[in-house]
Design a protein around this ligand. Sequence first.
Ligand SMILES: [Mn+2]
Length: 339
Amino acid sequence: MNFEDINAVKKLLSESRNIVIVPHKNPDGDAIGSTLGLWFYLKSKGHNASVIVPNDFPKFLKWMPGNDHILIFEKHNTQSKDRLKQADLIFTLDFNHLGRAGQMEELLATSEVPFIMIDHHQKPDDYAEIIYSDVEMSSTCEMVYNFIEYLGGKEEITPEIADCLYTGIMTDTGSFKYSSTTSRTHRIVADLIDRGANNPKIHNLVFDTNTPSRLHILGCALKNMVILEEYATAYITLSQEELDLYDHKKGDTEGVVNYGLTLDGIRFAVIFIENKEEGIIKISFRSEGNFSVNEFARKYFNGGGHMNAAGGKSEVSMQETVDRFLKHLDEHKEALSKL
Ligand SMILES: [Mn+2]
């Protein structure tokens, strides 16, 4: 943030305000951590602040300090609208175009009060009076830490604020392993621990949340994995019978496809999941490097997505689907062996 913007923020915050803080829809750890961290800080400065999230979010984020004060726009609609109406300053955190605010988009777009954006995604829109945007940052939580520091409030970071900001930095950096993690990220995290962030407890509350059914399904999936070294490919099948046997719940197969890529030399991973009710085989594709699973899914399996992550489906049996897959895989043998 430049000097001018910092002074403009200081001026805006020099008198007590009605502030609403909004993260993107389907909020993740960084979105919830940054909004709550900023909320505690603004409240301690005498502002009347509220966090309004567009829709609900997963249980593994609901332990955070301040969680009980979050308004969910979809659920607490009247109260949320009232708060927005009273607001004379709005912060948007961890997103940069109002389309990401889900059902709140229209109310935000027609609001006439000043906006402050704090965000680390590409290509920010220009709806905000003050834009603190930096795509090099690991997380919005790291930016909220900087923001508080710019306002001269570093010494006022409480254990609650530290817990919230630590959580978002941890989740957005894949536990401090992504390339966006800098030495400064580590210094900030160290400072947050000094100021009371309970790091082992946070890791436990966010990551150790598996259910027995999820682990049993993972075990079954890994046992079913077929490794085709000559194609640099690993695929997994999960039949409806297997899912039923392990008492499958929605979300239990989330991320299972990625295990194939953790094998040395494997660059294309696929999972086929039978869904009897819909009469389809749901397929997820993942790749490393320049093998486009988007094209593969689009061409053969009625789907698409991104270069390295895509989805598709098939309306024939598991066996036929896998046979079809193997045939198309062979057509790409050369491309896959060259990756
Ligand atoms: Mn983020």
